[in-house]
Design a protein around this ligand. Structure first.
Ligand code: NCD
Length: 305
């Protein structure tokens, strides 16, 4: 039995196969419409979510399976003090696979140790978000045609943004990927990524504060929101929340084929006027999230079509 805690749980070869499967699902959805008949996905979400939870549920429904779950800690027995370990032992009796989101780093890992069904980390605090990374990789590979030889700018809250942490871990395994880390001083990438992932693997990266200084060299710009829920005080959040706003004027500095990605939800960091730019790919990205989660469910359940 396999779980997915980090994108590194899949080898590059397995990842490529998974992305190929997602592309085939996109092209031939009817072929997969009954693949998970009789199977159940549990979504155990202790933190708010729109895309991740609903795209997991849509993915299972598209595969002919069923879904059950809870969407907040308040509406589960966590509110009565039940541990994640006990909850997953019980969920294991009700479902075939579980996607779990939790505000604490490592919660999904703890669950996976007691689970008798595959557990997917759907976001653990400020740590990792592997299925968003699968979505990002599928989007980049589908729209750019490659994951090698790209310069990617990661902009915004690089400290608390778990999508950024997972994406860096995954992308360093491809050839000639360069990173431009764009953040204010206080939201810089944590040392455990800068030193233990980027430097330790000899990956080329720069850290800059101004988006304008990075723009013209980028093949992909990955915007993120400032993660309000992980701040210790509201004042710091208010000071930093509008540090970056991507506008039409800034888009003029970018390559003609640069992709703009964002895991969403967006707050203010991309002006709505950018949505009509053909380079804005964040809503397409949300659609890719369904295909890749369908591919992941099939892979972890060992179902071949
Ligand atoms: C992200 C998350 O939950 O980390 N959202 C998502 O799953 N698409 C990004 C965010 O909340 O900012």
């Amino acid at each position: 039995m396999r779980h997915l805690m980090s994108p590194l749980d899949l080898s590059v070869e397995e990842l490529d196969q998974l992305l190929d499967l997602a592309n085939d699902i996109e092209k031939n959805p009817e072929k997969y419409a009954h693949a998970c008949q009789g199977k159940k996905l549990a979504t155990c979400f202790y933190e708010p979510s729109t895309r991740t939870r609903l795209s997991f549920e849509a993915a299972m429904l598209n595969l002919g399976g069923s879904v059950l779950g809870f969407h907040s800690a308040d509406s589960s027995s966590a509110a009565k003090g039940e541990s994640v370990s006990d909850t997953i032992r019980v969920i294991s009796c009700y479902a075939d696979i579980c996607a779990m989101r939790h505000p604490k780093e490592g919660a999904a890992l703890v669950a996976s140790e007691k689970s008798t069904i595959p557990v997917i980390n759907a976001g653990d605090g400020g740590h990792q978000h592997p299925t968003q990374t699968l979505t990002d990789l599928l989007t980049i590979r589908s729209l750019k045609g490659r994951l090698d030889n790209i310069t990617i700018g990661l902009c915004g809250d690089l400290k608390f943004g778990r999508t950024v942490h997972s994406l860096i871990n995954a992308l360093i395994r491809y050839h000639n990927v360069k990173f431009v880390l764009i953040s204010p001083e206080e939201l810089k990438i944590p040392d455990y990524i800068r030193d233990d992932v980027l430097k330790a693997n000899g990956v080329e990266f720069q850290e800059v504060e101004r988006l304008e200084d990075a723009m013209e060299q980028l093949d992909v710009l990955y915007m993120t929101r400032v993660q309000r829920e992980r701040f210790f005080n509201e004042e710091d959040y208010v000071r930093l929340k509008d540090f970056y706003v991507l506008t039409k004027a800034k888009m003029e500095l970018a390559k003609e084929d640069m992709l703009v990605l964002h895991p969403l939800p967006r707050v203010n960091e991309i002006a709505v006027e950018v949505d009509d730019d053909p380079r804005a790919a964040y809503f397409k990205q949300a659609q890719y999230g369904v295909y890749v989660r369908m591919a992941l469910i099939l892979t972890l359940l060992g179902i071949q079509v």
